[in-house]
Design a protein around this ligand. Sequence first.
Ligand SMILES: Nc1nc2c(ncn2[C@@H]2O[C@H](COP(=O)(O)OP(=O)(O)OP(=O)(O)O)[C@@H](O)[C@H]2O)c(=O)[nH]1
Ligand SMILES: [Mg+2]
Length: 1096
Amino acid sequence: MRLVSKDKLQELQKRPSTIRNICIMAHVDHGKTTLADSLVASNGIISPRLAGKLRYMDSRKDEQERGITMKSSSIALFHSLGESKEFLINLIDSPGHVDFSSEVSTAVRLCDGAVVLVDVVEGVCPQTKVSMKQAWEENIKMVLVLNKMDRLIVEMKLTPLDAFIHLTQIMEQVNAVMGELFASSILGKTESAEEAEKKNKGATSNVYDWSSGLEDVDDSNLYFSPDQGNVIFASAVDGWGFEVKHFAKLFSKKINVEESLLEKTLWGDYYFNSKTKQITKGAQIKARKPLFVQLILESLWSLYDTVIIRKEKDKIPKIAENLGIKLSTRDLRHTDCKVQLQAVFSQWLPLATALLDIVCERFPSPLDLSDEKVDKLFCVPSTSFDNLPEETKSLQNAFKKCSNDDEAPAIVFISKMFPVDRKNLPINKQRPLTAEEIAQRRELARQRHAEKLLSLSAKVPDESAETSQLVMQEGQEDIKHEPEVVADDDAFIAFARVFSGNLKSGQQLYVLGPKHDPCKALEKFKDGKEVDPSLTLKDLKSGQHITLATVNELFLLMGRELEALEEAPAGNIIGIGGLEEHVLKSATLSSSIGCPSFRESHSSLVGDMPIFRVAVEPCHPSEMTALVRGLRLLNQADAAVQVLVQETGEHVLATAGEVHLQRCLQDLRERYAKIEINASKPIVPFRETIVLPPKVDMVNEVIQEQNTSVKKAKEDSSDDGGLITITTPNKRSILKIRAVPLPEPVTDILLSNGDIIKAMDKYHDRQKKVEEEVRSKMDKLTLESDPHNAPYTPTSSLPEEMLTAVEDLKMKLKKEFCNAGKSWEGAENNIWSFGPKRCGPNILLNKIQNAPNLSFWSENEAPKEILDPKCEQLFNYNSSFVNGFQLATLAGPLCEEPMMGVCFVVEDWAVLELTEDETGESGATSMPYGPFSGQIMSGVKEACRKAFQAQPQRLMAAMYSCTIQVNAEVLGKLYAVLGRRHGRILAGDITEGSATFSVTAVLPVVESFAFASEIRKQTSGLAISPQLLFSHWEVVDIDPFWVPSTQEEYLHFGDKADADNRARKYVDDVRRRKGLPVERKIVEHAEKQRTLSKNK
Ligand SMILES: Nc1nc2c(ncn2[C@@H]2O[C@H](COP(=O)(O)OP(=O)(O)OP(=O)(O)O)[C@@H](O)[C@H]2O)c(=O)[nH]1
Ligand SMILES: [Mg+2]
């Protein structure tokens, strides 16, 4: 029975100062949902007996079956502090599995506080760190819950003192993470501040300030410590939790020490000196029991010992009396000792009270958003705050005020869209019947029954068969009706937080897409133009991000249930229905178009890159439209899914990992498309690269001769160093290209700075267009003037921030090129282009003598005086050349996968004078080879591919990293599984105080299918399912074309080298999938066939 009515909650919704929006975050299986159960039970929504077993927030069937949470969901709870202070708590339970980390970011976005859970046995795990980082980046406060304390007693059988030491270690681990976060953010800030200062000063001073800025910052409130009141010790499954404050109160009278003193000393190296009756420091040195052990842990241990381990039931009433609690006779008689334990704890140390007290006391209300957070949310990427339009600035003030007046501007952020079965919407749900109605119905039913009986007895038996048929028919009709209900069965509800204003149903608001920019929008609509209210998402053209929508349905989120609301005041987390047509995944709603669009916080997420792809198709080709519709819905419902249609027409589903993929496919089959679907084998991306010629062969012998693959390519037009010379078919252009592997750090820099390069490239493009426009206008004005000498000034220079970013990137590249050796020195100035897609990790390097300024960095400069007519030609064909390079890097020769870490050095390029005929501009009739620019493009592409093939080629595989907790007994088996899958173990340490090892390893993504289940099988479940996180690209160090060539290799592998070549296998698999020719010997032992053919 619910203890708090909807009306009460609605009343509380109107008082922002007593609202708390919080989320629970942790590594997978650390007990978030179990903890949420306790809180939900405290409101009477579920029975306290079921708390911890029901996992109420896991509403999906597969969540219950698998035992992991897959989505974040919210519930509104009531809590009162003391008698008078009443609070509304919007609690979000988030998933811990790495595949669903995007769901965590949608949760954090809406919250002001985070409860971080740590399993005291497993300690800080990778996702713990990730969630803490997310909370830190969103500037929200954290409280730590050390969960599963019962495992220390029952499973690990530690003594109270050992447990205390273990707990201090866990606290250290958690605080180390906090320290790291703090240091990195402070260093980041001081760095940018220093740069700004340097600029202001004009970099005149040569004195460098070596202090990092860390020394001056106060970090005393940063760390978790029980005496600060931000740590709770708990066992969610047994429903208990406490902070040290609770025990300080309890014991201050008993041992006659002031409560405040006890609060500060209960945790730490203090002990109670029974002689002096004082608390003294130095428990460890004097080998005394710390207070925490003596006063707290020992009582817990003895309770567990009596009830669970020794099962001394008769002692329970005594214990209850000592603790001052009353147990019902039902609990006392219960045969399950766990139930008895929970009954004791639920009164002695109720978890919900402990946690919700802290939440209400420590977390800020929506009125106290930190300035930093407001600034961050309001920041528009390309503009600093001062340059924002007035309208936006005034909105920011409203945002800070969080006013729920009807006049206040409405600002709502939608962080995700989630599907709800229409049948479960409040409108479609049956409302509970009143007593009168029930009586009425009963009467009606009775009458019907009586009539039926009468008619049956009056009729002959064969007629009764007829009636039963009739009944059948009626039944069938019912079934026929059903699919109609199912046809549009899912409604998408927006998961949203109202930041300002009072949202009412029927209100009309602007829906601002994620790419909306208030500056541009205000400019566009300044002359009184209005947004067309009939526009929906699918009508929007590129560059348009605003639609107008009416908010029709507002919901109170209650975990599995939704309840209709008439209004939603500022500060609340709510659901909004009826926005399917307007919001794809996330959006901002506002009453003004001057409101910036709150950005997704995906960039900083690990594991968010959808690396796991499959192609899907319907089993029956006629159901294609259902599939497409289903994919569209899935895309809307899940922030981490990408749906792509490839050039081949395949529909590709990109997901975060195997578990996520399975969930998506299941959703697609059962919910969105409702058809049978075939999914291909997972498509794993590869990269192609080249390496320096290896010094040793496959059996670790030093190689004397040249590498085999080089020999093969030499038949083509290359010299010793792999320099390729290509002439275009019309013999007018000659180019010489060599491929060299890029130094690894340079590739890394390019990978991590792709966005800067892309932004700069886009900027170039735009500049070029402007330039051309200006020039064409000028041409019209002064027909005689030489276009190249036209006085043209660039319209605007690079934006300030981009300029520094680009300078920074250039400096980094310079440093790494310098480190890479003499041959690379100064290479950063000769970069012509990056590829593929103009921002990838490959470089086109310009080493042409007397070349015009064919450089990536200076493209934005106005046309220079070109001295040499020969060079002018080159300048004209610049883009063809670059495009050829882009094509080559997009699909390498091994298996048409993108290249990575390759540098193409253009050593020479000449274009001979062309007659007008040959340029192709005068009509292509006289041209046997097509337009010249096309010839150059394909020439460059071919040259790049050949140059690539002239070097030792390698495949690069995407790698997952994972940490696996495994019992020492089965460690060997785990290593065997990893070995079979070509994984590499990075570290394997025993976890202090337990028999578990924590193994960190990397594993190729392509070898990772069903990894978790294999590990579970092999280790009889003694290893905890690993979390696979994309980590990096790694060269598979085997030549895909390797054949034995040295004596030793023949000895070792035999002349056929039957042993599988892993790289070759990957290459062939990809080629087969893409329909490319695969070289394969079909006939292995052909002796017999040969004799046969001789006879012919
Ligand atoms: N011994 C013990 N087990 C616990 C405790 N809390 C949770 N568990 C168990 O841990 C398992 C996982 O609990 P969940 O609450 O589903 O964990 P979660 O953090 O929500 O997991 P995800 O949502 O999948 O990340 C369940 O089997 C719980 O019974 C605890 O305090 N003590
Ligand atoms: Mg969960």
